[in-house]
Design a binder for this molecule. Structure first.
Ligand code: ATP
Length: 301
């Protein structure tokens, strides 16, 4: 039996006349890793700020651990939110941050934090304002992991983290999650990098939920068919097409759904190629954007 950690019903947030989160319904279950995905400005940070009591909703119901999160200290104590540009007092060093952390997080594991400091080669005694962009992000990632909060949010925690450090983060996250299960919500544009980590996907677009599904189901939910344009078009006629690319006489069409065995055999006989769709490709199709471009730019940063 699953236990619901957070539930939103008709949750709405407006900034003036602009509706950033538009009557969304979703729930977060205990012991799951969620990917909260979507284009820039989709509403991901706003949803996380609502869930962590940093913003008040304008409408709908929101319960986290059974209560509205804002102004309930007993709820807030069980949460950890790591923002993209986490701020700390200017004169603090990472050592100060980790010394203060147990005051805010009852499950804080100082030994784990120490091991992560070594993994990330973080200078403990250097002032926060002197840290590099990546080192500053590492401070947030360490707080997020070692807090072992029951509900942890990582909102694009990667700014400036190089590929080696990002993979250390993913590895430590998975290892620690296996030993200390909790609910983790990860918002990122580096979708393919985290695809294997995610157990459930919530895809947001313009303040609305486009997809709320088990990651395993999402992964197998679309197929790309490539080959001679006229043959491909005939093959996909009457199927739900979610993406289409053409080059000269060739085309590549992505359809929603799997092909059964007879259909696969028929495709092979027609000389068509079938390819699995990556989570990132699927999300690009669904939101009609090139998140891959964003991801590459960020990975290169
Ligand atoms: N304080 C604010 N005042 C007015 N509009 C805001 C405010 N904060 C956010 N918005 C708008 O609300 C929308 C949702 O913003 P949000 O930060 O939640 O998006 P996001 O999905 O986290 O985007 P990104 O991937 O770029 O971080 C955006 O259009 C943004 O411009």
């Amino acid at each position: 039996m699953t236990t619901t950690v957070a539930r939103a019903t008709g949750l709405t947030k407006r900034y003036g006349s602009f509706t950033a989160v538009d009557a969304v319904d979703f729930s977060l279950e205990e012991h799951r890793i969620y990917g909260l995905l979507g284009r820039n400005g989709a509403g991901k940070t706003t949803i996380m700020q609502l869930l962590t009591g940093q913003l008040f909703p304008n409408g709908g119901e929101l319960e986290v651990f059974g209560r509205p999160p804002a102004e309930h200290a007993d709820v807030l104590r069980r949460l950890c939110f790591i923002a993209e540009s986490q701020r700390y007092p200017e004169d603090f060093t990472p050592a100060h941050v980790f010394t203060a952390a147990p005051w805010f997080f009852e499950n804080w594991d100082a030994g784990f934090a120490e091991r992560l400091v070594a993994d990330f080669r973080l200078p403990l005694k250097r002032r926060i304002k002197k840290l590099s962009r990546g080192q500053l992000s590492a401070v947030g990632v360490i707080v997020g992991l070692a807090s072992r909060a029951q509900l942890t949010f990582f909102d694009e925690p990667y700014l400036g983290l190089d590929a080696v450090v990002r993979h250390i983060f993913y590895d430590r996250l998975l290892e620690d999650y296996a030993e200390h299960p909790r609910t983790i919500v990860l918002s990122t544009h580096l979708i393919d990098e985290v695809a294997n980590l995610l157990e459930h996907i919530i895809l947001i677009d313009q303040g609305r939920i486009l997809l709320d599904r088990d990651a395993e189901e999402v992964r197998g939910s679309a197929t790309t068919i490539a080959g001679a344009r006229s043959v491909v078009e005939q093959f996909v006629a009457d199927r739900p097409v979610i993406g289409r690319e053409a080059l000269g006489g060739l085309s590549s069409v992505t359809i929603d759904g799997r092909l059964d065995q007879p259909e696969r055999v028929r495709a092979a006989e027609l000389g068509l190629e079938l390819a699995p769709v990556s989570l990132q490709q699927l999300i690009v199709h669904l939101t009609g954007t090139d998140l891959a471009g964003t991801a590459e730019q960020e990975a290169a940063a």
